[in-house]
Design a protein around this ligand. Sequence first.
Ligand SMILES: C/C(=C\CNc1ncnc2c1ncn2[C@@H]1O[C@H](COP(=O)(O)O)[C@@H](O)[C@H]1O)CO
Length: 266
Amino acid sequence: MSEERGDVDNQRKASPGLDPSGAVPYETTYHKGPVILRGDMIPDESTSEHLLRPDDSPDWLHTDPWRVLRIQAEFVDGFSALAGLGPAVACFGSARTGREDAAYVAARTAGGLLAKAGYAVITGGGPGIMEAANRGCAEAGGKSVGLGIELPHEEGINRWVNMGITFRYFFVRKVMFMKYSSGGIVFPGGFGTLDEAFEMLTLIQTHKAKSMPVVFFGSEYWGGLFDWISGPVTSHGMISAPDRTLVTITDDVEEAVRVATGAAAR
Ligand SMILES: C/C(=C\CNc1ncnc2c1ncn2[C@@H]1O[C@H](COP(=O)(O)O)[C@@H](O)[C@H]1O)CO
């Protein structure tokens, strides 16, 4: 071990005549960063010995301090991978949409149009709408990004992604969606899609994020939700009238892409 260790029992050797009370100064000094320790304060085990000692149990892996480091590592990996991405639009939508579904066809078309307009497509990297948007983008030669999430029994990132990152924590992944997109297209979906769309809207509404276009594709699917938002949610004062203007609803893929890329007035 590199730290200077002394035999504690031999540290305080008598120095006859130094002090009539018999007290003698400490002989050995142990350095621990900026701290010095002497006498009984010197630990039995040096820092290096502690580091290199095999663990008795791996329980510490499940403690919050260690979890915080894993979360930090996930942010570092995400930021490092995405920092140079360039302009991008997030596409959200159901993981369950079949390949024959009209919404799949629309998302694939949108992915292609976004790539041709010079935008990367960022999805959750899963099946359904995510696969469709990644597929359209990859087919058009664009940057097709999948921000996957570790889920038991899931296949992993779809084969149309050319830059994929798998996250353990949903909230870290959400930061990546927000930080690296300048607009979003929300295709029909369930709880996951609603969560992502409303996260985006809430951050914009509260000015935690810059204002960006959010397009809901599919008026028949989303109409009921927005009738309710424009009706009871607004009349009860739960949102203000301008909040309703944060979203565009359309059935036209080209319009969805124009609005999401900021190429059309909202
Ligand atoms: C449940 C199924 C697949 C799950 N796989 C997913 N992979 C990646 N991202 C996912 C997955 N499921 C949900 N998401 C995220 O939520 C949105 C879709 O959720 P919804 O509840 O289906 O609307 C999507 O945008 C993803 O970011 C089926 O095999």
